[in-house]
Design a protein. Structure first.
Length: 277
């Protein structure tokens, strides 16, 4: 592992690190905020998964999450959204390839060698963090924005034993029924739609739900509402009688102005779950 930078932040440390990833077949970069409580011992972990076109840096610099995480004594992890590099497959479109990993393990060429973001986020990166930093992997929660909200919800429902709570900002709720999803799932996983279902939050909410609290925020002025389809997740949560809150926030769009407005709510929400015995 290589230290790219470490900067004092709200009494703790905001770092950027790179390492060789077996899951993604190359170098990966991530951001990590550690509160000052790590001087005393391991702290709970909140994962933040970013959206299309983003790197580890977007939420790290725009969400304003560190101040609230410092108050709660929680570490924040900001993974990249895909593998990167000249040897990594890509596409001319912004919503496929590098910067658009969709948090799946690709089974189709040319994506197979590198696009294994599900394994990277759920297994490889937590293992690295547990070995290198003072984090308590028995106390993990997960959140994300847009494509990252999709990733957070689907990972949490697939691995309820790993995550104590899940939240999302403007998530892609029904990718199997949206142009933000059908295109990418076909490319990465192939045309067999049965392979897509684990990566559809609305379908997984109907089939499995989540054994813990759920919080989802979406803005009513989000220009991508027809692609996000929050109504499908709302229906699934109601049908399953899932504990949780799905809020439509009046006047807010898809941007980090929206995320930064409600990030305090989300960190406090996760802190309660992470501190529970």
């Amino acid at each position: 592992m290589e230290i790219k930078s470490e900067i004092a932040c709200f009494g703790g440390m905001q770092g950027v690190y790179s390492h060789t990833s077996k899951a993604c077949g190359g170098e990966m970069t991530f951001g990590l905020f550690l509160p000052e409580e790590t001087k005393l011992g391991p702290v709970p972990v909140l994962w933040y998964l970013s959206g299309l076109t983003c790197t580890h840096e977007n939420a790290m610099t725009k969400a304003g999450a560190q101040a609230w995480a410092a108050e709660e004594g929680i570490a924040l992890v900001f993974p990249d959204t895909s593998p990167r590099g000249a040897e990594v497959a890509d596409d001319d479109a912004y919503d496929l390839g590098q910067g658009a990993g969709f948090y799946v393990n690709a089974t189709q060429d040319p994506w197979v060698p590198h696009f294994r973001m599900w394994d990277y986020v759920a297994d490889e990166l937590p293992h690295l963090l547990g070995n290198e930093f003072a984090v308590n992997l028995q106390r993990q929660s997960i959140t994300g924005h847009s494509m990252g909200g999709h990733g957070a919800l689907t990972l949490a429902m697939a691995r309820p034993e790993q995550y104590r709570s899940v939240s999302a900002f403007s998530p892609i709720c029904n990718p199997t029924g949206s142009d933000w999803g059908c295109k990418q799932l076909t490319a990465y996983l192939g045309p067999d739609k049965s392979a897509w279902e684990i990566h559809d939050a609305s379908q997984q909410m109907l089939d499995k739900g989540f054994n813990g609290p759920v919080l989802v925020d979406t803005g009513t002025k989000d220009p991508f509402l027809d692609l996000l389809k929050p109504e499908t997740l709302a229906f699934s949560m109601a049908k399953r009688r899932q504990q949780g809150h799905l809020r439509l926030q009046p006047g807010y769009d898809h941007s980090y102005f929206f995320v930064s407005t409600f990030i305090e709510d989300h960190i406090n929400f996760h802190s309660e779950a992470l501190r529970a015995e």
